[in-house]
Design a protein around this ligand. Structure first.
Ligand SMILES: [Zn+2]
Ligand SMILES: [Zn+2]
Ligand SMILES: [Zn+2]
Length: 132
């Protein structure tokens, strides 16, 4: 019997897909009383991201969010029809990083790392603490 064949990397991919879906839902959700817990969490993440003053590569929450968005951008052309949170700006940013070839800032290096090695990311949203 093959009941126990779910392997770790598949689980991980599924989990990332689920988190991206939740982020996409929250990006478009106008319901302040939305009953989904994942939506509530993602709205907090988005609010943090907009407000956070730290350099993005120094903040664990922002870094994870960017990581998720980079994964999203791989399957999205980034035109106006996409309603994902920050989709356009991440696309523009990745394009700039690619054009510049030699990554200079830490954030650029981070983008290159993420593109080359998605395992760099820790999708730790279950234990995520969002400060007020
Ligand atoms: Zn919602
Ligand atoms: Zn942050
Ligand atoms: Zn998109």
């Amino acid at each position: 019997m093959e009941a126990e064949t779910s392997n770790a990397s598949n689980d991980r991919e599924e989990r990332i897909k689920r988190v991206i879906k939740a982020l996409f839902h929250a990006s478009n959700c106008k319901d302040v009383d939305c009953p989904r817990l994942s939506c509530y969490k993602m709205k907090r993440v988005m609010a943090h991201f907009r407000r956070c003053k730290k350099p993005k590569y120094e903040c664990a929450i922002c870094k994870q969010t960017i990581g998720l968005l980079i994964v999203h951008c791989k399957s999205c052309i980034g035109d106006d029809s996409c309603t994902m949170f920050k989709c356009r700006s991440i696309h523009d940013w990745l394009r700039r990083v690619r054009e510049r070839q030699a990554a200079k800032s830490q954030l650029d290096t981070f983008a290159v790392d993420v593109q080359q090695n998605v395992d760099l990311l820790q999708f730790d949203f279950d234990s995520l603490h969002i400060e007020e």
